[in-house]
Design a protein around this ligand. Structure first.
Ligand code: ASP
Length: 290
């Protein structure tokens, strides 16, 4: 019974084991966790993460409970801890949790059932990084030496934080770019428009508006953002042959990515979404069987 809270505590070998198993699932391997019950406790909005966990759980024959915080006893003043403890007391086998608080799992140390982190505030998003790694590995068959630039709101993005750590550890050459207001110290910031032709991977990020205080809000039109930090077809033409475009989604067409780039030949955005199902199958299996 294993938690998955962050990739920081996983060795490179453990990460490769999760990816290899996910690749097997993608090839059609079957595995059953029949009679195991899992609860998805999403205290923050989600489409891809929550529902690809759902599909993964269905593919593993599990029984699934989807918690809806808007009609729960949270409205009666019940705490986060007591809500999760309630699900554990039902006798469920594992929980997937997303919450807007960084390291929310520190409040759940007394829980015994495994926790899979579906995203904690600006902290980590381990299953997103795993599906990003799977997509890169499928494409290039290795990590070492690949150049990636993650572009956007680095400071408020859990995807940037998790990916920067693990991709460096896997010996990729990692850079970040985007509005200077959202730069993160120690994250190898470079000028986006001058690095485009050198990158193997350009990963775009959404501006995380919901996490901004009043003085952090970007006062810039969508057109200006697209021109300065977004990817247009004109810029895609400058990219290296065999290079790819990634985005964890949700994406905002006409802001960080132009409409025609979303499904262009270099885009792997929908491959990432597809790989998310297999990575999540692998992570759930690890949590319940190892
Ligand atoms: N879906 C990703 C996340 O939950 C990226 C985003 O929301 O921009 O962090």
């Amino acid at each position: 019974m294993k938690d998955l809270l962050s990739l920081r505590t996983l060795s490179n070998e453990e990460i490769m084991n999760i990816l290899n198993e996910a690749l097997e699932f993608k090839k059609g391997k079957e595995f059953s966790l029949k009679n195991k019950i899992i609860a998805n406790l999403f205290f923050e909005s989600s489409t891809r993460t929550q529902y690809s966990f759902n599909v993964a759980q269905e593919k593993l024959d599990m029984k699934v409970i989807n918690f809806n915080p808007t009609v729960s006893s949270l409205n009666k003043g019940e705490s986060f801890y007591d809500t999760v403890k309630t699900f554990e007391s039902f006798g469920i086998d594992a929980v997937v949790i997303r919450h807007s608080k960084d390291r929310y799992y520190d409040d759940l140390k007394r829980l015994k059932c495994p926790i899979i982190n579906g995203g904690d505030g600006k902290g980590d998003h381990p299953t997103q990084s795993l599906l990003d790694l799977m997509t890169i590995y499928e494409e290039f068959k290795h990590f070492e030496g690949l150049k990636i630039c993650i572009v956007g709101d680095i400071k408020h993005s859990r995807v940037a934080h998790t990916n920067f750590e693990i991709m460096n550890r896997l010996k990729m050459e990692c850079y970040t770019s985007g509005p200077i207001e959202y730069k993160e110290d120690g994250y190898n910031y470079i000028d986006f428009n001058t690095c485009i032709s050198e990158m193997d991977i350009i990963m775009l990020l959404r501006v995380q508006n919901e996490r901004h205080s009043e003085d952090e809000k970007l006062r810039m039109s969508n057109d200006e953002y697209l021109e300065r930090y977004g990817l247009t077809m004109e810029k895609v033409k400058k990219m290296k042959p065999n290079s790819i475009i990634m985005h964890p989604a949700p994406f905002n067409r006409g802001v960080e990515i132009s409409d025609d780039v979303v499904e262009c030949e270099k885009s792997r955005i929908f491959t990432q979404i597809n790989n998310g199902v297999y990575v999540r199958m692998s992570v759930i299996k690890r949590s319940l069987t190892e």
